[in-house]
Write a protein that binds this ligand. Structure first.
Ligand code: CAA
Length: 285
């Protein structure tokens, strides 16, 4: 059988993780970002992860090499898309940007290819509206979790116009990556972001109100509820800017219970974005 050809747009934390997982599942992957440095950062993240996997005895050196050989980095959108069966968009979480990307993609990707978005909360219908009516059925949500190569869930989001074919293509790729996909209706925040952000925002409000230290709030959920990681540390891992963007959107769509706390806004304004900036609720190396 011919290998699936996947184009991943955006080589950031999620994009390069998705590219890696797709290549490990046997797909031919083009990983595209706008700047050569961003592409290189994505590729070196993949090399590092695979290398660690080999050191841990989780990945065979031959599989590492085969996966790396299946990933091609590029800044050229047309060449990334030319032969793609499935496009996965993982650019920053801004509706306008995603709509612009999809409008460009539809002119360059093969007719009939599936167009997936890794949005963590935005409406699939609103993104698909950027396309001519006949192409809207090609759009589907494929929401991955960080770190992508390890996390088992993919939320496959069925927009009101998503075709059965698009949903099946997304489910098949997720399963071939060893994930356990769920299918979710196109409701704000889907299943995961809505619940995850609710806990994260409340934890930040508790820190604002001096209920306990960041460490102890996290410890409460780790030891008391068996969460693998506390909500503040997890916010650092996801990115405070990312969480703020989702909270603002959910507040607009679902009401004031998702209104971002002042502390979160302040930290983002000050550039404390979590692990990626070296400082969030914790200091990171
Ligand atoms: N290659 C291959 N396997 C690796 C690996 C590597 N480089 N690194 C780790 N692994 C494997 C480990 O061997 C281990 O496998 P087993 O369970 O089979 O032993 C597994 O991955 C877990 O790794 P560790 O035990 O070393 O790490 P850990 O115990 O510190 O767990 C974690 C790491 C899984 C990330 C854990 O901290 C966790 O679950 N954190 C929460 C993550 C989370 O909630 N993510 C969702 C964020 S929200 C999001 O992403 C959505 C959004 O829209 C913003």
């Amino acid at each position: 059988m011919e290998r699936l050809r996947v184009a991943v747009l955006g080589a950031g934390t999620m994009g390069h993780g998705i590219a890696q997982a797709a290549a490990q599942a046997g797909a031919e992957v083009a990983l595209r970002d706008v700047e050569p440095a961003a592409v290189e950062r994505g590729l070196s993240g993949i090399r590092r992860f695979l290398e660690k996997g080999v050191e841990k005895g989780k990945i065979m050196a031959t599989d590492r090499d085969a996966a790396l050989a299946r990933i091609r980095g590029t800044t050229d959108l047309a060449s990334a898309l030319r032969e793609a069966d499935l496009v996965i968009e993982a650019v920053p979480e801004k509706l306008d940007l995603k709509r612009r990307v999809f409008a460009e993609v539809v002119d360059l990707a093969p007719e009939g290819s599936t167009l997936a978005t890794n949005t963590s909360s935005l409406s699939i219908a609103a993104i698909a509206e950027a396309l001519p009516e006949k192409d809207r059925g090609r759009v589907v949500g494929m929401h991955f979790f960080n770190p992508v190569p390890i996390m088992k869930l993919v939320e496959v989001v069925r927009g009101p116009e998503s075709s059965d074919d698009s949903v099946e293509t997304a489910l098949d790729l997720a399963r071939s990556m060893g994930k356990e996909p769920i299918v979710v209706r196109d409701a704000p925040g889907f299943a995961t972001s809505r619940l995850g952000v609710a806990i994260g925002l409340e934890a930040i409000r508790m820190l604002e109100e001096d209920v306990a230290s960041a460490e102890d709030i996290d410890r409460a959920m780790v030891l008391g509820y068996n969460h693998p990681m506390g909500p503040l540390r997890l916010t650092d891992l996801v990115g405070l800017d990312v969480r703020l963007g989702i909270a603002e959107y959910l507040a607009k769509e679902l009401g004031p219970r998702f209104e971002p706390p002042a502390l979160l806004r302040r930290m983002v304004e000050d550039g404390h974005l979590g692990q990626k900036s070296g400082r969030g609720f914790y200091a990171w190396k």
